[in-house]
Design a protein around this ligand. Structure first.
Ligand code: SF4
Length: 446
């Protein structure tokens, strides 16, 4: 969801002094959605959201602790904020939210005296109470909250937590057990985003393919997508992070059946060697994944496919890595995200034998990237001469408009530069050129 329009706070006429909050959001899109939810709650409760931490009564750092690098970044940012004059002299308060308090609990509280409050992910719904208590204020709620047009594309979370406990991953410890959000809640979020100007909604969660499996009256991700696509026919929907066993024929048919559901799937595979996958506490093998890809491409011809991989997981031998590379050549993905294995304390893989040298993990990740970039940029170049719908998202500093086609997920797959259209408009273009994953499109007039 987009940020709340700060001007709406002018509606609060309680005493002319509106307590203000600044947000710094780190990590993934799921954190951005959480921050937007917290902002909405705070604005409704009478707080202003401001852009500058030095102007705020409270600064909320929404942290990420997924991997070591994210933890280090979160700590750097927290310490930077703690050093601001208004925080250091106690006139403003620092609140640490999100994954770090969820993962490190009391240990974090005892080590970070600079922070006045800690809000783990599971307690973010209580943010208003926490900020009120921390600042000692209780502003009057707004009689009306106006929102201006938000960005043309938005994320909506459909679930939280995860039950899989992959051996390298800290998410289940941070976010807790998997729980699907009820349809009505998702629908309300989608409606809100559309009211704010969104034309594309990307549905996210940790394990989106099992949505509805935990309801008393069970449902499926396919049903969710179909219902949303039919209720909001002018909005594009895209689903991210579907684990391989969540890619059912029903889901593929729902994608194929709706013109406003992007023919796009992002499926984290992590590796292709069966022994390593087993050690990751995951399932699959190169032949099984190739069969899955064939099934997907048969049921949804022309679908765009993305995956995520880890290199240098403990026990990854030269042979296992070669198997991954061979698989990737055959799999022919459009986009691949690859990360060197990060050894996370508290996860089962932390103590596994045969840890791989840091340099080798990074070098292997680069090898995967080089191969997949070569494959992916050819896929992109193949679009030259083709017609695509592009959702115009904004303009660069020099005025150059850009947007995204259905084959491009937000933030990861490049953009299409276009020669006209308004932000929030879907324009039909012919692709005339490409550079790596970016494309250039000319509007088809008449
Ligand atoms: S499925 Fe994803 S979020 Fe869940 S444990 Fe595995 S890697 Fe982590």
């Amino acid at each position: 969801m987009s940020n709340i329009d700060v001007t709406s706070v002018l509606l609060n006429e309680q005493d002319g002094r509106i307590p203000s909050v600044n947000f710094i959001t780190l990590g993934c899109a799921k954190n951005e959605v959480d921050s937007a939810d917290m902002q909405r709650r705070l604005v409704s409760a009478g707080f202003a959201i401001v852009d500058d931490a030095e102007d705020a009564d409270a600064v909320i750092v929404n942290t990420c602790s997924f991997i070591q690098a994210a933890i280090e970044e979160s700590i750097d940012v927290i310490l930077e904020v703690a050093g601001l004059a208004n925080i250091a002299d106690g006139s403003s308060k620092l609140i640490v939210a999100g994954c770090m308090p969820a993962r490190f609990g009391d240990d974090l509280e005892s080590e970070l005296n600079e922070a006045s409050a800690f809000v783990p992910c599971s307690k973010e719904d209580d943010i208003v109470e926490v900020v009120q208590r921390t600042l000692g204020v209780n502003p009057a709620p707004f009689a009306r909250v106006d929102v201006e047009s938000g960005p043309a594309a938005a994320y909506v979370k459909i679930s939280d937590g995860c039950n899989r406990f992959c051996s390298f991953c800290s998410i289940p410890y941070i976010r807790g057990r998997y729980h699907s959000f009820p349809y009505e809640r998702i629908r309300a979020s989608v409606e809100q985003c559309i009211a704010e100007g969104s034309v594309e909604i990307t549905l996210i969660g940790q394990d989106t393919g099992c949505w509805g499996s935990d309801f008393e009256e069970k449902s499926t991700t396919a049903q969710l997508l179909s219902n949303l696509a039919e209720e909001f026919p002018d909005t594009w929907f895209r689903i991210m992070y579907v684990e391989p066993d969540g890619i059912t024929d029903e889901l593929l048919d729902a994608i194929a059946a709706h013109d406003n559901v992007c023919d796009y799937l992002d499926m984290p595979l992590q590796h292709a060697n069966p022994e390593l996958l087993k050690s990751m506490r995951r399932k699959g093998s190169a032949p099984e994944f190739l069969k899955l890809l064939e099934r997907i491409r048969t049921r949804v011809p022309g679908i765009t496919l993305r995956t995520t991989l880890i290199t240098g997981f403990p026990g990854e031998t030269e042979e296992a890595f070669d198997e991954l590379m061979e698989f990737l050549e055959e799999a022919d993905f459009d986009y691949v995200g690859v990360f060197p294995y990060s050894r996370e304390e508290g996860t089962r893989a932390y103590d596994l034998p045969d840890q791989v040298e840091e340099e080798l993990k990074v070098a292997r990740a680069q090898e995967v990237r080089d191969l997949c970039d070569a494959v992916g940029s050819v896929h992109t170049a193949d679009r030259i001469g083709k017609e695509l719908d592009v959702l115009v998202l904004g303009a660069e500093e020099d005025g150059q408009l850009f947007g995204r086609a259905m084959c491009q997920a937000p933030d990861v797959d490049g953009v299409v530069y276009v020669d006209g259209g308004e932000v929030g408009e879907i324009v039909r273009v012919t692709i005339v050129d490409t550079l790596a994953y970016d494309m250039e499109g000319e509007i088809i007039h008449g």
